[in-house]
Design a protein around this ligand. Structure first.
Ligand code: NAD
Length: 493
C-alpha cells in the first residue's frame, strides 16, 4: 500500500495547497508504486519560505555548539535506522543495497564531521595597524537558504547541504528530487526529531520547474545550493545572479581514469568496472572515459570486457544483483540515445548494447553495460555526460597525450591516474583539470572531511563537504574596535 508523503512546513506535515500528487515508483519494477508525494505549487513554497524567515533569527541566536549538538543527535537517530534508510533508498533509486548502505554510512560521517565543525565556527583575530584597535572577523548566517538536490545520492546530498546550513545558523527550504521523495522524508524526519526547531527546516516536494524555480526566484531566499545537471545549474546560477543571490552549483562530470604503461592493469580494471558500471553509471564521479597507454591497451580492453560480462542486473534488494536500474525512463532513454550516437560516430561496441528485457527485467529500466573502443577525445560519447554504464576507451601513446585527452572536456569533477612513477604522479596533480584527484584509486568516492566539487562546467561557488562546507552558508564580518578613547582621524588608508 503506497502512502501519501506530505510537505514539512513550520514543523508540521501538511498537504500541498494544490491537492495534487505524483507517484514514487520503483525503477527496478515499475509495477510497484512505493508512495505518492506532493506536486506542490508556488504558494507551498511561499508558506515554507515565510516559516523559515520567521524562525531564522531565533535559530541564529542559538550558540553554534548547541546547533552542533542537534546534528550529533541527528547522527545518533540516523545510525539507528541505517538498514531501513538503505532499503528505502534502493527501492526508490535503484542502487544495490550495499551501495545504498554505503551511502548512509557516508552520510553519518558527514553529519559527524559537520556537527564537530559547530565548535569551530570561528573567525580570525588579525593585528590592526592602528594602536589600541582590536580587529577580528566573525561568521554570520545568510538567512533563508534554498537547497535543490538530485536523486542519485538522495540521502547524502541533502544532508551535506542541510547540516552545514543549519550549523551556520540559517533556516532551510529543501526541494528534493522528484524520483526520491521517501528518503527525503526520512532525512527531514530525523532532523526534526533531533530537535531542529519548527520552521528552521522545511521540505517542499514538487517539480523543478515549479517549486525549484520559484525558490530560486523568491525575494526572501538569500542563497541557493544546487546539485544536479549542468544545464539546470547554469540556468539557476544566471537567475540567482539577477537578484545578487549567493549561488553554489555542483553539476555534471565526465570523469577520466588514466592507465599508463607502468600502471597496475588489474587494479585499473577493477577501479574502472566499479566506476563505470557501479550505481549503473549514475554517479557524478562515475568513470565514463578510460585513457589507456597503447602498451597495455589490449590487456585492459580484454579484462574490462570480461568484468562487464560479470555484471548481474536486477532488483538491488536481491543479494545476487550487482547492478540496479537507471532511475527512470528519461534516464534510460538518455543512455539508449547515446548508443545511437556511438553508432553514428563509428565506435566499436565490445559487447551488445541496449536494454535488458529478459524475464522481470522488462518491468524495470535496465541498460546493458557496454565498453566502447575506437573512441577519440572529441567524439560526443567522450564529451557528454551519459549517466549510464557506457564506458569509452581512448588509446594514447604517452603521458602527455593522456593528460591532454583527459583535460579535453568541459567538465572537471574527478579523475584517476594509475602509475607507479612518482614524478608522473606529481605532474598529474599539477596539470589535471579536476577538483578531485585519485592516484591508484577509482574516480568515485570521497571522504567527509575533504572538500568535494569540481571546476570548469562542473562547479561554481564554494566547495561542499570538509571544512569549506560552512563557507558557502556564511558571510564574513570584519570588525574594528577602537579602545583608545580619543578621535584619531580614522584610518587614512
Ligand atoms: P537535474 O538537474 O535534472 O535536477 C536536479 C534538481 O533540480 C531536482 O530537484 C530538480 O527537480 C531540480 N530542477 C530541475 N529544473 C529546475 C529549475 N528549472 N529550477 C530549479 N530547480 C530545478 O539533475 P538530476 O537528473 O536530478 O541529477 C543528475 C545530475 O546531477 C547529473 O548531471 C550529475 O552529474 C549531477 N550530480 C552532480 C554532483 C556533484 O557534486 N557535482 C553530485 C551528484 C549529481
Amino acid at each position: 500500500m503506497s502512502k501519501k508523503i506530505q510537505n514539512f512546513v513550520d514543523g508540521q506535515w501538511v498537504e500541498p495547497t494544490t491537492s495534487e500528487w505524483m507517484d514514487n515508483v520503483n525503477p527496478a519494477d515499475t509495477r510497484q508504486v512505493i508512495n505518492q508525494f506532493p506536486a506542490s505549487g508556488t504558494s507551498d513554497v511561499d508558506r515554507a519560505v515565510e516559516a523559515a524567515k520567521a524562525a531564522q533569527p531565533a535559530w541564529a541566536k542559538v550558540p553554534a555548539p548547541k546547533r552542533g549538538a542537534i546534528m550529533f543527535e541527528a547522527h545518533r537517530l540516523m545510525k539507528e535506522r541505517v538498514d531501513e534508510i538503505a532499503e528505502a533508498l534502493t527501492r526508490e533509486e535503484g542502487k544495490v543495497l550495499p551501495e545504498a548502505t554505503g551511502e548512509v554510512h557516508k552520510t553519518l560521517n558527514l553529519l559527524e564531521f559537520i556537527a564537530g565543525e559547530a565548535r569551530r565556527l570561528n573567525g580570525e583575530t588579525i593585528p590592526s595597524e592602528i594602536p589600541d584597535t582590536f580587529a577580528y572577523t566573525v561568521k554570520a548566517p545568510l538567512g533563508v537558504v534554498a537547497l535543490i538536490t538530485p536523486w542519485n545520492f538522495p540521502v547524502a546530498i541533502p544532508v551535506w547541504k542541510i547540516a552545514p546550513a543549519l550549523v551556520a545558523g540559517n533556516a532551510v527550504v529543501l526541494k528534493p528530487a522528484e524520483q526520491t521523495p521517501t528518503t527525503a522524508r526520512i532525512v527531514t524526519e530525523i532532523f526534526a526529531e533531533a530537535g531542529v526547531p519548527d520552521g528552521v527546516l522545511n521540505t517542499v516536494y514538487g517539480a523543478g520547474e515549479t517549486v525549484g524555480a520559484h525558490l530560486v526566484d523568491h525575494n526572501d531566499v538569500a542563497a541557493i545550493s544546487f546539485t544536479g545537471s549542468t544545464d539546470v545549474g547554469l540556468h539557476i546560477y544566471a537567475e540567482g545572479a539577477k537578484q545578487n543571490k549567493k549561488v553554489q552549483c555542483e553539476m555534471g562530470g565526465k570523469n577520466a581514469l588514466i592507465l599508463l604503461d607502468d600502471g597496475d592493469v588489474d587494479l585499473a580494471v577493477a577501479a574502472a568496472a566499479k566506476g563505470a558500471f557501479g550505481s549503473t553509471g549514475q554517479r557524478c564521479t562515475a568513470t565514463s572515459r578510460v585513457v589507456v597507454h597503447e602498451d597495455v591497451y589490449d590487456e585492459f580492453v580484454e579484462k574490462i570486457v570480461a568484468a562487464a560480462k560479470e555484471v548481474r542486473p536486477g532488483d538491488g534488494l536481491d543479494p545476487e544483483t550487482s547492478m540496479g536500474p537507471s532511475v527512470d525512463d528519461r534516464q534510460l532513454e538518455q543512455v539508449l540515445s547515446y548508443i545511437e550516437v556511438a553508432e553514428e560516430e563509428g565506435v566499436t561496441f565490445e559487447l551488445p548494447a541496449g536494454r535488458y528485457e529478459e524475464g522481470d527485467l522488462e518491468h524495470g529500466y535496465f541498460p546493458k553495460p557496454t565498453v566502447l573502443t575506437g573512441v577519440t577525445p572529441d567524439m560526443r560519447v567522450a564529451q557528454e555526460e551519459i549517466f549510464g554504464p557506457l564506458l569509452s576507451v581512448i588509446k594514447v601513446s604517452s603521458f602527455e597525450e593522456a593528460i591532454e585527452a583527459a583535460n579535453n572536456s568541459d567538465y572537471g569533477l574527478s579523475s584517476a591516474l594509475y602509475t607507479r612513477d612518482v614524478s608522473r604522479v606529481f605532474r598529474y596533480v599539477n596539470d589535471i583539470e579536476t577538483g578531485i584527484l585519485h592516484v591508484n584509486n577509482p574516480t568515485i568516492g570521497g571522504e567527509a572531511q575533504l572538500p568535494f566539487g569540481g571546476i570548469k562546467n562542473t562547479g561554481v561557488g564554494d566547495r561542499e563537504q570538509g571544512k569549506t562546507a560552512v563557507e558557502f552558508y556564511t558571510e564574513i564580518k570584519s570588525v574594528y574596535i577602537d579602545y583608545a578613547g580619543e578621535f584619531r582621524g580614522g584610518n587614512l588608508y
